[in-house]
Design a protein around this ligand. Sequence first.
Ligand SMILES: CC(C)(COP(=O)(O)OP(=O)(O)OC[C@H]1O[C@@H](n2cnc3c(N)ncnc32)[C@H](O)[C@@H]1OP(=O)(O)O)[C@@H](O)C(=O)NCCC(=O)NCCSC(=O)C[C@H](O)C(=O)O
Ligand code: MG
Length: 294
Amino acid sequence: MAATIRPRRSVLYMPGSNARALDKARGLPADGLVFDLEDAVAPDAKAEARGLIRAAIAQGGYGKRELIVRVNGLGTPWGYPDLAEMATAGAHAILLPKVESADTVRQAEAILAASGAPADLAIWCMMETPLAMLDAKDIARATPRLGGFVMGTSDLAKDLGALHTPDRLPFVTSLGLCLLAARAYGLAILDGVYLDLTDEEGFAAACRQGREMGFDGKTLIHPKTIAAANQVFAPSADEIAWSRKIIAAHAEAERQGKGVLLVDGKLIENLHVVSAQRLVAQADAIAALEAEAG
Ligand SMILES: CC(C)(COP(=O)(O)OP(=O)(O)OC[C@H]1O[C@@H](n2cnc3c(N)ncnc32)[C@H](O)[C@@H]1OP(=O)(O)O)[C@@H](O)C(=O)NCCC(=O)NCCSC(=O)C[C@H](O)C(=O)O
Ligand SMILES: [Mg+2]
């Protein structure tokens, strides 16, 4: 999938079986929504949840938010019907859980295509097992339909026997491997969820760490965390002003035949301008999304 500048600061999971949550999300300022059919939905409620998700997306009201359906794995009884039914539900992307190989992605892609999925329906992968970390590069280049990775740090902690520490040191290798693979192949990548809804400081620190590492945004489990994620993952006013300043200064230097220059004592080259242009484009995309939401 072609890389686009789409805000993904905050992406909220909603149990697909929870009609109230699906409705409430229409008014929430999350950049993206995951309609979950996997872990948040009980086995007996899966079939009904598919219908609720299809009806909710058809009814609309989600504006320009990115709509993602997380299906069950193909090794479960629900994986195939989830893919077959959600292929034409109108979402922007299908999120595959517990992906461990490029073959799994291509198998899912074949089912989606055979079920009438539109050409622009993206596939995203949950990266949440040790094998996924080791195969991240292969998974990232499995198909041109691939749009992004989502870290599943809860499943990963379970499989690694790791603890959720404040510095997240036990996850740094895994997060780094997935970031490398995602960026090498032009994919978006979202950080994992923060489970303690009472720990606002810890949540903000995890968001800051995620942004510093290079994640596009954070996956969330509750609406009350959206504002903080939006704030941390958005370019700050200072960053935007600095970016505009070096873009203008570099353009002027180029007119004078210079490739490098100093702005406020800092060396600026073309590579800094590329980053600055991306940051300004992100800020513009966020402003456009927020203007549309009112
Ligand atoms: C965690 C919750 C079960 C808590 O729900 P609840 O008790 O209803 O919370 P509140 O009373 O505080 O809710 C206040 C209002 O907000 C709405 N709400 C709550 N959560 C959501 C949501 N996720 N999306 C939309 N709206 C939401 C409530 O309806 C209330 O609204 P109102 O009626 O107007 O008062 C709940 O938050 C929840 O279910 N969260 C999502 C859980 C989930 O999806 N989990 C799976 C994804 S995480 C994962 O799988 C991990 C990953 O795979 C990994 O391995 O790491
Ligand atoms: Mg998981």
